[in-house]
Ligand binder design. Structure first.
Ligand code: ZN
Length: 188
């Protein structure tokens, strides 16, 4: 990332929208916004293998493992506005399980870039499945999109739910329904 260039571009943006980047309140804004972009796009510069590294454990468990309501903050690729909500991940291990904090790190890894909620959901499911060679994985994300709330149709209360199921979660109705039950989604 060329930090100086981004800072300069933000300053130009301020001028183009009719602001004075030299007024007191905006003096350090280009730099702060550059820092923010660095953080919110950090997923592009990480490696998912390094993230899960060292947190894969052997296990005989063959029941479903579920982590509910992991917070998600991402940016919609159409408007560069935030969408945010919660992510629930369930999987059935074959011989390995993953440290629970790493599930949250995987969510952050794919969230900190420009995203579509549908793609984010599928990428998380795929990464969890691949990292532990799970028999099956299910991911549900429920999120509110600021591009719906503060512009366009201006619907502040709507939320979007996406899911992605792989392996036995896809093939086996019992498995899928146990996942939905544990995720608290059966009657929604
Ligand atoms: Zn959008």
């Amino acid at each position: 990332m060329d930090e100086e260039k981004i800072t300069r571009l933000i300053r130009e943006l301020l001028i183009e929208i009719g602001e004075d980047p030299d007024r007191e309140g905006l003096l350090r804004t280009p730099e702060r916004v550059m820092d923010m972009w660095k953080f919110l796009s950090s997923g592009y510069r990480q490696d998912v293998k390094e993230i899960v590294n060292g947190a894969i454990f052997e296990s005989e468990a063959n029941n479903m493992i579920l982590c509910r309501d992991i917070e998600v903050y991402s940016l919609c690729e159409h408007h560069l506005l935030p969408f945010f909500g919660t992510c629930t991940i369930g999987y059935i291990a074959r011989h390995h399980v993953i440290g629970v904090s790493k599930l949250a790190r995987i969510v952050d890894y794919f969230s900190r870039r420009l995203q579509l909620q549908e793609r984010l959901t599928a990428q998380i499911a795929r990464a969890v499945k691949d990292s532990v060679d799970a028999i099956g994985v299910g991911v549900i994300i429920e999120a509110k999109h600021m591009c719906m709330a503060m512009r366009g149709v201006e619907k502040q209360l709507s939320s979007m739910t996406t899911s992605s199921v792989l392996g036995c979660f896809q093939r086996d109705a019992t498995c899928r329904s146990e996942f939905l039950h544990l995720a608290g989604r059966q009657n929604k």
